[in-house]
Ligand binder design. Structure first.
Ligand code: GLN
Length: 219
């Protein structure tokens, strides 16, 4: 059991990368979100999103701020984790050719496996466990998940790679739902954290979303 009563709040690790976009998606599904900068901020969270960004930079900042051990400790007490892109790299047990960071989920990832920043792309695909309609997918210098352990379920397989997977406590996606109108993965993670997000329609797309909407909604 989780030591502190979960507050119903999902934290977003706020060291580097796509923080505001995740907080905005949490707001859209009516789940309280909080930027997390210090180990003490982790107390009582229901879940933590480790956003996309640059995994080498994030790994370094985690070490500098003592957050690596703190996240591990809270994970072992029941904190649910979701890593998007660089976040998935940090959570992977194996990072091909490099040292793993948190190593908490039994997946192997290959960094920058699609090529350079210029090889970033949008796609869409059906993930039956999450939504009935295809989900828009944005890949930005993404890794590939190339294998998963027996306790890990594949949520989205595309061509020669796995794009989303989970075990009982961790969700990983190599794309960025927070940069699309799709709320399906945020709702899915909130439920995984034991929360009750507002329900969406069949498409689970926010009709008011624009690429700049997180900027516009800041007062
Ligand atoms: N290429 C980055 C890395 O290896 C990840 C990119 C992202 O998070 N969009 O850390």
């Amino acid at each position: 059991m989780y030591a502190a009563a979960p507050s119903g709040v999902i934290g977003v690790l706020d060291l580097q990368g796509g923080v505001q976009e995740h907080l905005e998606h949490l707001r859209r599904i009516e789940v309280a979100g909080q930027p997390i900068k210090h180990a003490s901020d982790l107390e009582g969270l229901a879940g933590l999103i480790i956003p996309g960004g640059e995994s080498t930079c994030l790994a370094r900042l985690l070490r500098i701020f003592g957050l690596r051990e703190a996240i591990e400790a809270h994970y072992h007490q029941g904190l649910k984790l979701w890593g998007t892109c660089a976040g998935a790299i940090l959570l992977a047990r194996e990072n091909i050719g490099e040292a793993p960071c948190l190593g908490l989920i039994d997946i192997a990832v290959s960094r920058n496996a699609f090529g350079s920043q210029l090889d970033s792309f949008n796609d869409e695909a059906l993930a039956p466990a999450l939504a009935r309609e295809p989900i828009p997918l944005t890949f930005i210098r993404a890794p590939k998940i190339i294998s998963v352990g027996t306790d890990v379920r594949v949520l989205l397989q595309l061509n020669d790679y796995i794009a989303a997977a989970e075990d009982d406590r961790i969700l990983v996606t190599i794309f960025h739902p927070e940069l699309t109108p799709s709320l399906a993965f945020h709702r899915y993670f909130a439920r995984k954290c034991g929360l009750n997000p507002a329900s969406g329609d069949e498409t689970d797309l926010d009709p008011n979303w624009t690429p700049q909407s997180w900027i516009q909604s800041r007062k």
